[in-house]
Design a protein. Structure first.
Length: 445
């Protein structure tokens, strides 16, 4: 095994450890807050805040990644996460639980903010890993390696889904925080043993500014059709904010937190099934086509898996949905790695993350209050049940189900329109041209 391949696999292992750590505490926080308060609004505030911070920091993180060596970025990001999580543990020990659970109060935001800082800084690792695929993997293997990245993300999600629910349900929040802190420092120690060969930091122009929005935007606009791809992903995430705000409240009306956590863990194997499929089969000659077909299927599922309040219907829908996510994500990553010069990929991945993710908090902050104070109460009235009962059946979470159905219909229409767009045709042609030209400038396979 050559040095680059060994480094890539070592980085994947460390990413798995880091993902387990970050997701474990994040899931634990969400489960704990909802179980203690039963507030959809609280979950919307937490989820929306996370996505908003990830969006705001996308370009600064991307510029940082282009400016520094990749190993340095990952070490610093992991160290900051460890410090933030440790601080959250100290705060939890010192402040009464009743104050922390006062939604919107100072203690709620300090404790949640510390966990958020750790989780958001960890997102810089995701951008860095995308650029490391270009740095360490030959171009003909990148779609497959993007599939492995998705598999690692899915495995981490599966593990933390199970153990976060079990930890909160059986142990409580304090032991959950302690576990997360211990795993974070273990991840940092392991990272110090991983090498990422990067002889030089490549720049096609001047050294990027501390926050190079202009350079990132210029790099995106330089690729015909790329703006359209990012816009499509942005609109998708705008609709996806509804799921962030409402999925956990929906599931926790059907089953206990322990069952919900274990269920997510089992169903997350769908993510790994999709990732393994990409790792073995690739994405074909037209990854953009694979991206849009995956989205058609995902939005169809989104409109159907809550039309009856049945845990098995929900489980099957989530399983198939999870299997399609890595196909869509690997397709977008593969296109960007091919058409964007390596020395600008940090900024482009960062800008794409910023723009795409920014949409989700908007819909999350919007749909949480609307669902809690308008849609859910209406669907619990005789008028609501009479108007939509033929479609959604009976149950206590029919208001949330109505949001999912409408979101799925809108998402399906958006994806079908994208197939007919000029951006789709132009970017598909651009990818084919780069396929014949070889590597992005400055990278050898």
């Amino acid at each position: 095994m050559d040095v680059k391949r060994r480094s890539f696999y070592g980085l994947l292992v460390n990413t798995l450890i880091a993902n387990i750590t970050t997701s474990f505490l994040w899931f634990a926080l969400v489960f704990w807050v909802y179980l203690e308060t039963r507030s959809v609004l609280a979950i919307a505030l937490l989820g929306g805040s996370y996505m908003l911070l990830v969006a705001v920091m996308g370009v600064p993180f991307g510029t940082w990644i282009d400016h520094w060596r990749k190993k340095q970025v990952i070490v610093v990001a992991t160290a900051v996460t460890a410090i933030a999580f440790a601080a959250s543990l100290v705060f939890f020990l010192l402040v009464p639980t009743s104050q922390i659970l006062s939604i919107g109060g100072p203690a709620f935001w300090v404790f949640g903010g510390l966990v958020l800082i750790g989780a958001v800084v960890e997102s810089a690792r995701g951008i860095t890993l995308s650029t490391c695929v270009t740095l360490l993997v030959p171009e003909d293997e990148r779609p497959n390696m993007n599939g492995l990245v998705g598999m690692v993300n899915g495995l981490g999600f599966a593990i933390t889904s199970v153990f976060s629910g079990l930890a909160v349900g059986q142990l409580g929040m304090l032991p959950s925080i302690m576990i997360a802190v211990g795993l974070t420092f273990a991840s940092l120690l392991h990272l110090l043993t991983v090498s990422i060969p990067e002889p030089e930091i490549l720049h096609s122009d001047d050294v990027p500014k501390a926050v190079d929005f202009a350079g990132a935007l210029q790099a995106v606009r330089a690729v015909p059709g790329l703006v359209g791809l990012i816009l499509f992903a942005t609109l998708n995430n705008l609709l996806g904010g509804a799921f962030m705000a409402l999925m956990d409240p929906y599931g926790l009306t059907l089953v206990s937190v322990e069952v919900w956590g274990v269920m997510w863990g089992v169903l997350s194997f769908g993510f790994m099934i999709g990732s393994l499929w990409v790792a073995k089969k690739g994405l074909g000659a037209k990854p953009l086509r694979s991206l849009l077909l995956a989205n058609v299927a995902m939005w169809l599922i989104a409109g159907l898996f809550t039309i009856r309040e049945n845990i098995w219907l929900l489980a099957v829908g989530i399983l198939i949905y999870m299997a399609l996510i890595p196909v869509a994500e690997a397709a977008e990553q593969t296109v960007l790695q091919k058409v964007v010069p390596y020395e600008k990929q940090g900024r482009v991945f960062g800008l794409a993350q910023a723009v795409e993710v920014a949409a989700a908090p908007l819909s999350t902050f919007l749909i949480g209050p609307i669902a809690e104070f308008a849609i859910i109460p209406y669907m619990n009235t005789d008028a609501g049940r009479n108007q939509f009962g033929w479609l959604l059946g009976d149950g206590q979470a029919r208001g949330i189900a109505l949001v999912f159905v409408v979101t799925g219909l809108i998402g399906m229409a958006l994806t079908l329109a994208a197939f007919a767009s000029r951006s789709y045709r132009v970017l598909t042609l651009r990818y084919a041209e780069h396929e014949s030209e070889g590597e992005p400038a400055g990278v050898e396979g």
